[in-house]
Design a protein around this ligand. Structure first.
Ligand SMILES: *Cc1c(COP(=O)(O)O)cnc(C)c1O
Length: 390
């Protein structure tokens, strides 16, 4: 049995998205900037994709900028909002300790350029305290950037409340909604979101396409200069197949959300309940305010990397913490931010499900995992020491 349970890293393309993309390679292959009829075929597809995505998040088509993905959208939102702020003498930015590296590394760069960054702590369950945000906002705060839902531990932030607070204080609010889009309802108007990033490959669309939503009237600038595409906000010939595939995948995900997500959530809860029955296994992140497909546990006394390898040998593809941190020896910044000690953080496992996950697959994981954990613990000096102390 082969089980793909790493949907927070990327997802399998949906057939609908693939079907929508293929004509962009074979017939409507023109450049949407070309005035001739083949170009204009592509231009029509581009307009339709923009409208589809705008409608699904409560935005206007003119507020949608197509990018190469979530990372580029995050970079553009943060860097250009910082520049806008600096023009008014505001050089303070607020974010959290649990953001994606696309946000954290961009903020690091801005710090070197003379901006001041406040990274908020989170509760043990991975949720930001509104009172901390309130206290951190200053007259010179240019931007608040807080992710919608976390890619490692799945926690969902109180986005509407954060949006309302930022609006009241007159501070721009950007949210990295890459994990939320297509999985949770998003409405930029109701939630008072000024800027939002999303990425196609996290909701069964193709890799290499994303969106930056920017509320009308916020004069953000391009970070990629060149042609006048995207109303001068992002140069470069549009990645038409990926944009069209993204719109199709997003529509499919949003249209089926109320039917699919409760099912995914049931499987998630079955998996969490099963894993928590094991000795010395803890759940990371809030139990309720959690992405429908996210399971993240720490299995004390073992190395997550060994666990992953042995799961892979059984056909199960999962992740340790985050795909961005695997390969490095540092424990995940997110797990440390929710208070885990290094040893426990190292034993963490992220299993992320999707609407393609079946109950049979969850049962298979619950059957294969316990004996692997037992085997690894029998070889683990850390586990022996833990048991002696008890
Ligand atoms: C995947 C991810 C990104 C990066 O998106 P790409 O399209 O891969 O660049 C950013 N933020 C979060 C929360 C993510 O999960």
């Amino acid at each position: 049995m082969i089980i793909y349970a790493d949907n927070a890293a990327t997802t399998k393309m949906s057939q609908t998205a693939l079907d929508a993309m293929l004509p962009c390679f074979t017939e409507a292959y023109g450049n949407p900037s070309s005035p001739h009829h083949i170009g204009q075929e592509a231009a029509k597809l581009l307009i339709a994709a923009r409208k589809t995505i705008a409608d699904l998040i409560g935005a206007e088509p003119s507020e949608i900028i197509f990018t190469s993905g979530g990372s580029e959208a995050d970079n553009q939102a943060i860097v250009t909002a910082a520049i806008l702020g600096a023009k008014k003498g505001k050089k303070h930015i607020i974010s959290t300790k649990i953001e994606h590296h696309a946000v954290l590394h961009t903020l690091k760069k801005l710090e070197k350029d003379g901006y001041e960054v406040t990274l908020l702590d989170v509760h043990e369950n991975g949720i930001v305290r509104l009172e901390d945000l309130d206290a951190a906002i200053r007259p010179d705060t240019a931007l608040v950037t807080i992710m919608y839902a976390n890619n490692e531990i799945g926690t969902i932030q109180p986005i509407a409340e954060i949006g309302a607070l930022c609006k009241e204080k007159g501070v721009f609010f950007h949210t990295d909604a890459v994990q939320a889009a297509g999985h949770l309802p998003v409405n930029v108007k109701e939630q008072n979101i000024d800027m939002l990033s999303l990425s196609a490959h996290k909701f069964h669309g193709p890799k290499g396409a994303g969106v930056l939503f920017v509320r009308r009237g916020i004069p953000i600038t391009a970070i990629i200069e060149g042609g006048a595409q995207e109303r001068g906000k992002r140069a470069g010939t549009e990645n038409m197949p990926a944009i069209v595939g993204m719109a199709a995948a997003f529509k499919e995900a949003c249209d089926n959300m109320s039917e699919n997500m409760p099912k995914v959530q049931l499987l998630r809860d079955k998996l969490i309940d099963g894993l928590l029955k094991l000795d010395e296994v803890i759940l990371n992140g809030d139990r309720e305010k959690r992405l429908p497909g996210n399971v993240n546990v720490s299995v004390k006394g073992i190395e997550g990397e060994s666990l992953l390898m042995m799961l892979d040998m059984q056909g199960i593809c999962a992740s340790s913490g985050s795909a961005c941190t695997s390969g490095s020896l540092d424990p995940s910044h997110v797990l440390l931010a929710i208070g885990l000690i290094h040893e426990v953080a190292h034993g963490s496992l992220r299993i992320s499900l999707s609407e393609y996950t079946t109950e049979e697959e969850v049962d298979y994981i619950l059957e294969k995992l316990p004996p692997i954990v037992e085997r690894l613990r029998n070889m683990s000096p850390v586990w022996k020491k833990m048991k002696e102390v008890k």
